[in-house]
Ligand binder design. Structure first.
Ligand SMILES: CC(=O)SCCNC(=O)CCNC(=O)[C@H](O)C(C)(C)COP(=O)(O)OP(=O)(O)OC[C@H]1O[C@@H](n2cnc3c(N)ncnc32)[C@H](O)[C@@H]1OP(=O)(O)O
Ligand SMILES: O=C([O-])CC(=O)C(=O)O
Length: 379
């Protein structure tokens, strides 16, 4: 059954064209440039998907090799940026750190004049893909562990492995690298979601790549969007058994609370990314000998469907999967940024290629006429 797409929030209204992604289209489901998400998550590397989104087609072996090396060569953080990151307090939210880091990089390496040279946009995008993981982990390790990490990892080609190596100081297992790679692919692109739309609106004014991505980060941060993976973890963390989870969840529903990690603006019955990340979460749960978190998550899924016909979106099983890999909760949404920057940047390039400033209208609901009152006469 298709979701009724009408009402507030511009739901169901087309706001433009895209060749990047279909979300929940009949007979297509979730595809990136026509490739099914199940196939991509199973067979591709994140770098291949980034290339597909930004450069328009899957890379051949030489192109992929060159692209991986290009991204690796762009990993280092400028000293000025490290100095700024070191000034941000430990209790800041890492999404705010990324917002600042992205914006500050735009001061050091402005993307100008991109109207004369379109490839500058792609270069700025590649530089952000290569550095955003380092920005957040550099800040995290400096403020939490008192160390200044190496952000090169020349021996770790994949961005998935690079992120985990910077975080944990050791190269990740094959399983962890595979899960992180799949996770980055699942989060890479999703049509006109709120953060991507933010980036496109910004691009439509002919603004620069760093401003568009900074805006995207700000929109992704909220718990109704990317912030839901952290919020889901905060919710399930205290529950020590499936029965305890069920009782607490029923109470929340009775209190009419929103349950983070469930429901979707477009999908009506399932989010195709959930089956994939859920499978990885189960594998990780077995690998770490987890005795309750996966069971708690599965019970939440069953209760929400039974009680409300609400299903897990991409965020819910990401929470347990990331936890099993030892990733601190507050870095969950930043990982989403490290992935979605590919989709955002591809949309910025697509908007620029066929631009008209995005400027919708509003239905005015204010007073017809207001009579001016002098300041001393006002109540
Ligand atoms: C990667 C991503 O960004 S995926 C989304 C991540 N966000 C979340 O997980 C946050 C929780 N989910 C939600 O808030 C919503 O489902 C959204 C924001 C994702 C979609 O919002 P909408 O399209 O407005 O939801 P929708 O129209 O389907 O809501 C229908 C009803 O179900 C309720 N509902 C929807 N999701 C939930 C939820 N997670 N928990 C409880 N009730 C919910 C709504 O409150 C609404 O009830 P009402 O008619 O009494 O007001
Ligand atoms: O499409 C949406 O509204 C939210 C979402 O799932 C995403 O951005 O991945």
């Amino acid at each position: 059954m298709a979701k009724i797409l009408s009402g507030a929030g511009l739901r169901g209204q087309s706001a433009g064209e895209t060749a990047l992604c279909t979300v929940g289209k009949a007979a297509a489901g979730l595809t990136y440039r026509g490739y099914d998400i199940d196939v991509l998550a199973d067979k591709a590397s994140f770098e291949e998907v980034a290339y597909l989104l930004l450069y328009g087609a899957l890379p051949n072996r030489t192109q992929l090799h060159d692209y991986e090396h290009k991204l690796m060569s762009l990993r280092s953080l400028p000293e000025e940026l490290k100095a700024v990151l070191e000034l941000i307090p430990k209790n800041a939210h890492p999404m705010d750190v990324m917002r600042t880091g992205c914006s500050f990089l735009g001061n050091l390496e402005p993307e100008l004049p991109f109207d004369k040279q379109p490839s500058l946009g792609l270069h700025a995008a590649d530089r952000l893909i290569a550095t955003l993981p380092a920005m957040v982990v550099y800040w995290y390790r400096f403020t939490h562990d008192g160390v200044r990490i190496n952000t090169h990892n020349a021996h770790v080609p994949s961005l998935a492995g690079h992120f985990l190596t910077m975080l944990h100081d050791v190269e990740p297992s094959e399983l962890h690298t595979k899960v992180m790679n799949a996770s980055l692919i699942l989060y890479a692109e999703h049509e006109f979601n709120a953060s991507t739309f933010t980036a496109r609106v910004c691009a439509s004014t002919l603004s620069d790549m760093h401003s568009c991505i900074t805006g995207g980060i700000g929109s992704l941060r909220g718990p109704l969007h990317g912030g839901a993976n952290e919020a889901a973890m905060d919710m399930i963390e205290p529950w020590q058994s499936a029965d305890e989870a069920e009782a607490a969840l029923l109470q929340k529903l009775a209190n009419k609370e929103k349950i983070m990690g469930f429901g979707h603006a477009i999908y009506s019955e399932r989010d195709p990314r959930n089956d994939i990340i859920k499978k990885w979460s189960k594998k990780l749960s077995d690998a770490v000998g987890d005795d309750h978190l996966y069971a708690v998550s599965e019970r939440c899924e069953a209760v929400m469907w039974r009680e409300k016909k609400l299903f897990c979106n991409a965020d819910f099983f990401h929470a347990s999967a990331y936890r099993f890999m030892g990733i601190p909760t507050k870095l969950f949404t930043p990982i989403f940024v490290c992935s979605r920057v590919t989709g955002w940047a591809a949309h910025v390039m697509e908007q620029r290629a066929n631009n008209r400033i995005i400027r919708p209208s509003a239905d005015y609901i204010g007073p017809d006429h207001s009579e001016w009152v002098d300041i001393d006469q006002r109540h």
